[in-house]
Design a binder for this molecule. Sequence first.
Ligand SMILES: [Zn+2]
Ligand SMILES: [Zn+2]
Length: 90
Amino acid sequence: MGEPEIYCPQCTWRPLGTSRWLCTPKMGGCGTIWNTFWTGGVCPGCGYRWEITICLACRKFSPHRDWYHWPEPATHEEQHEREAEDSSSH
Ligand SMILES: [Zn+2]
Ligand SMILES: [Zn+2]
């Protein structure tokens, strides 16, 4: 298993290490500001798990899990092609 790529499912914006989300009091949150991808959507202030995460670029909400894009398991053939490409580019 590789690492998932994390980006907005609607506009493909990638969160930065410096990106911050608000546990928004308007929606019953506690006002904590943190990077939601460090905790898997769990607010470190009140422990609430946010099922939705707003994109700081397009301002649209998406389910938190939809931000994680796991690599497709490559078939043997595809892997072989990729290796051939790598060696020819050197
Ligand atoms: Zn977006
Ligand atoms: Zn909170």
